[in-house]
Design a protein around this ligand. Structure first.
Ligand code: CP
Length: 332
């Protein structure tokens, strides 16, 4: 990562993202967002949600604004959904091709940001492999610019967390009675971190983290979760099961991580393994999926799977976040 400047204190992301009135100025993390804000974001996203095949929701609330997608790591879902969310709210959307951008010539990320804000880009949607990068940018942008974290190292993926919360709420009605099992490489998963933060704030009854020892998280990173290493115990009576892929790009040393067949046998979610979960349990996956490793293909395509609904909800959630943050732009 070439920041061009040292990364500063990462501790105050939760307060940095709020303005003096407690309103969202940036979205950097779900940590510290209270139940009221989370619920309002989910409510607004639900309002934007329409079924595939019907016309998508549209509004003009971002007319005149510009959304810049800056993805310094690969993405299909998050990048495409921010693009569509911005356009469906009437914004201009710039998708920076980082492979042909001047960062390849050694330009620092801040100089790239200053260049785009000089072109009146209002939203910087940032994905980066470096921890602290979205907050670092947020500390340096002009008053008219908001930064939305679109996936930060193994630390945080707040809009994914929100779309997961929305998907669970739509199927289960709430969180207080639920047992939720997150299965796989929780240690390297920004998705799991954001989901755990949001679920704790919304008062989930029981959160379980199930992984082989080499992929188990630091308990501090999955607040409130029961750390487990047996899949049957972890799935028993669960109402929601979220499978995660092994994030090989973030693992330096693969020692201790089972091979594919052993991994699927012990930690792969399948129709057979799901028999111990509640009969109406839903199966989630943030994507991209590795079928036959962390999830059986027929389960991913079967009636308990809500994986494509998660994708639909992702556009609605990103519309809600853009709209919410845009409301603070006129008051700075
Ligand atoms: N879930 C998720 O972040 O997917 P992408 O990497 O495709 O954006």
């Amino acid at each position: 990562m070439n920041l061009g400047d040292p990364v500063e204190n990462l501790e105050d992301e939760a307060t940095l993202q709020l303005d003096s009135n407690g309103e969202l100025r940036h979205l950097l993390t779900l940590k510290g967002l209270d139940k009221v804000i989370l619920t309002q974001l989910l409510d607004e996203a639900e309002h934007y949600r329409t079924a595939p095949g019907s016309l998508p929701a549209r509004a003009r609330s971002l007319e005149g604004r510009t959304v810049g997608n800056l993805f310094f790591e690969p993405s299909t879902r998050t990048r495409a959904s921010f693009d569509l969310a911005g356009k469906r709210l009437g914004a201009d959307v710039l998708n920076l091709d980082v492979n042909t951008s001047s960062r390849k010539k050694g330009e620092s990320i801040l100089d790239t940001i200053y260049t785009l804000q000089a072109m009146q880009v209002d939203f910087m949607i940032v994905r980066d492999a470096g921890a602290g990068v979205p907050a670092y940018i947020a500390r340096h942008v002009s008053d008219h610019v908001s930064v939305l974290n679109a996936g930060e190292a193994d630390v945080s993926h707040p809009t994914q967390g929100l779309l997961d919360l929305l998907t669970i709420r739509l199927h289960k009605g709430g969180f207080e009675e639920l047992t939720i099992a997150i299965v796989g490489d929780v240690q390297h998963s920004r998705v799991a971190m954001s989901a755990a933060q949001g679920l704790q704030t919304l008062g989930v009854a029981e959160l379980r983290s199930i992984s082989p020892a080499a992929l188990a998280p630091d308990p501090e990173n999955v607040p409130g979760a029961r750390i487990m290493d047996d899949l049957d115990d972890g799935l028993r009576d669960a109402e929601v099961v979220m499978a995660l892929r092994i994030q090989r790009e973030r693992i330096g040393n693969l020692d201790g991580i089972p091979g594919i067949d052993e991994y699927f046998a012990n930690f792969g979610i399948s129709e057979k393994r799901m028999q111990v979960a509640k009969p109406d349990a839903i199966v989630m996956h943030p994507g991209p999926m590795n079928r036959g490793i962390e999830i059986e293909g027929t389960l991913a395509d079967g009636p308990s799977s809500v994986i494509t609904e998660q994708v639909t909800n992702g556009v609605a959630v990103r519309m809600a976040v853009l709209n919410r943050v845009a409301k603070t732009m006129g008051t700075r």
